[in-house]
Design a protein around this ligand. Structure first.
Ligand SMILES: [Zn+2]
Length: 314
């Protein structure tokens, strides 16, 4: 596709894709890590790494195809959790370059002229494990991954599922150095009114926009309805398009993040949201000022199709 993400965003809500890892875990191709480590404790344990890109490329190619058929105009290369730091923890550090390169190539093959290819970059988990002092190392790992994604030929970056604004800021600086446009979305857990280093959604949005993100917003951890209040706060704070990739899981006021409830990761089916929530989200997208909408954990092509139908019904 010769159009840039900035041009697509200027034409109205862009339909993204997602989520990949939980869907592929359900299909048997991704390891949740739940049999080896205690997960869901918020300290960066668990696996959910994307070695499927080199070990089961056919499975990943098929999921890309399903999203494209559902209407996605952007396919995210499955490079979530593919910094050398995170991959090393699951035994795939030596394959960092191969995984990032293969993932972009697979997404490109399927996208053809029908969609853009985004390199997905997420937190390293170093800050959750070691604290703010690890920021420099996190920046180095993210910088390396962005260079790999650029060399592999992605069209732009989606920086997503960052818990700390400090790490997101470092990632945006690396993105700027690469010359690639970046959509930037934070994830809010434990509290909907502040990220892990204490900044409100509005403050996060302002900082991400000031650092050059072409769209800013939130992804993961909450379903569409639970995410809307924080998106509205962001909407009021910035002029750039807003991006949202909600999860498809039910959360509560006490536990506003699905990765913090006992159902994660082995009983997620019991808190699954219906795709109707995504239809509603799509129908309200323009009125809410959303410029980019997609799905995250718990979504598959049926949810993206519902989102597309919602967008069309506005
Ligand atoms: Zn997610």
């Amino acid at each position: 596709m010769s159009t840039s993400i900035v041009t697509l965003l200027s034409r109205g809500p862009v339909l993204g894709d997602g989520g990949y890892l939980i869907e592929l875990e359900r299909r048997g191709y991704v390891d949740s890590g739940s049999r080896r480590e205690k997960v869901g404790i918020g300290r960066g344990s668990g696996q959910f790494t994307p070695e499927v890109a080199i070990e089961r490329p056919g499975a990943l190619r098929e999921l890309h195809r399903e999203f494209l058929l559902a209407g996605s105009r952007v396919l995210q290369a499955l490079t979530f959790f593919a910094t050398r730091e995170k991959l090393s923890r699951s035994g795939y550090g030596a394959e960092t370059e191969a995984i990032n390169t293969a993932a972009v190539k697979l997404a490109r093959e399927v996208a053809g002229e029908g969609a853009l290819v985004a390199g997905s970059v997420s937190r390293t988990q170093l800050l959750e494990r070691e604290g703010a002092g690890a920021l420099g190392r996190a920046r180095d790992h993210i910088g390396e991954q962005i260079r790999l994604l650029k060399d592999a030929g992605c069209d732009f970056l989606i920086l997503e599922t960052f818990f700390h604004l400090a790490e997101m800021s470092a990632a945006l600086e690396c993105a700027r150095a690469s010359g690639l446009a970046a959509v930037a979305t934070m994830s809010f857990r434990s509290h909907l009114n502040a990220c892990s280093d204490g900044y409100s959604p509005a403050e996060c949005a302002r900082v991400m926009a000031d650092l050059g993100a072409v769209a800013v917003g939130a992804n993961c951890e909450q379903g569409p309805e639970a995410m809307l209040p924080l998106l509205r706060e962001m909407r009021a704070a910035v002029q750039v398009p807003l991006a949202a990739q909600p999860a498809a899981f039910r959360t509560t006021r006490q536990s506003p993040n699905f990765t913090g409830v006992p159902e994660f990761p082995d009983a997620l089916e019991t808190i699954q949201l219906g795709r109707r929530d995504f239809f509603k989200f799509g129908r309200g997208a323009r009125a809410e000022g959303l410029g980019y909408v997609g799905g995250c954990c718990g979504c598959n092509a049926a949810y993206i199709r519902a989102l597309a139908e919602g967008l069309d019904s506005q």
